[in-house]
Design a protein around this ligand. Sequence first.
Ligand code: GLN
Length: 311
Amino acid sequence: QLTFEPGEIQTAIEELHHKYRCLQVGAIANYIPELAKMNPDWFSICVVTADGQCFSVGDSQQLFTIQSISKVFVYGLALEDRGRDRVLATVGVEPTGDAFNAIILDERSQRPYNPMVNAGAIATTSLIQGKGATERLNRMLAMFERYIGHESFIDMPTFMSERTTGHRNRAMAHLMLNFGMIDEKIDEALDLYFQQCSLMVNCLDLAVMAATLANCGINPLNKVQAVSSCYIRDILSVMYTCGMYNFAGEWAYKVGLPAKSGVSGGLIVVVPRRMGIAVFSPLLDERGNSVRGVKVCEELSQRFGLHLFES
Ligand code: GLN
């Protein structure tokens, strides 16, 4: 239960929005034109509690592509499709300390290190069940709809750009095929991965998705079970140790909450059994995390005593 009044949340996010609105540190991802044309001023903070109260400030309706934040939810679907042992045989749960797009596998097991870096995410996506590409995509879209609470869509220009420029991701897929970690249908797996990254969401959607994870897999607004509650601990564990890439350790120390960032500037944070937080601001630091997003979450965690090991 909350140890503070709901009104305090709205006041806090408005104050933080005001405080960091003019912070112009960081850079917008520019590896594809669809990301490069984002407005650096876009900024929103949203909170959805486990009992369904919504708080928001800023550009909460602005659509953008979900990018790496999708990895969290696709990991949940892979666990439901294949079970814990099968998923763990293909993707590890070890933080890397390397960049999100590092071309590296665990030497001993030949698995990608974890599902939050690109290699591990591609391997995770390759585990999604379905007869052919369309059924797999539709199952994935249905999964996202359960978390968001309404239908969403793939941004076609982003998908096409990711697909034509994604040589690094393609190289990782080939490396994993070489080691037998994924099957020969690598083009299908890569397309599905590029599609999941190109899903359009807004900041409020992300907060609802995070709140669903906070609420044992049940969307707090429409009460739909988005993912089986038995996999919440798997999802939150890898978010906690790996969700912020090579900043995960410092994040765990300072903020102390499971989180996931994406290259379009989104950031979700889960406060188990209490709330989901989302921040959207496209200016990124050198590790690929939203600059304002990190600052806002550090302060929110501190102000409300949200660190998991706070005593
Ligand atoms: N589409 C991006 C990629 O695969 C996602 C990475 C990210 O958001 N960090 O490189």
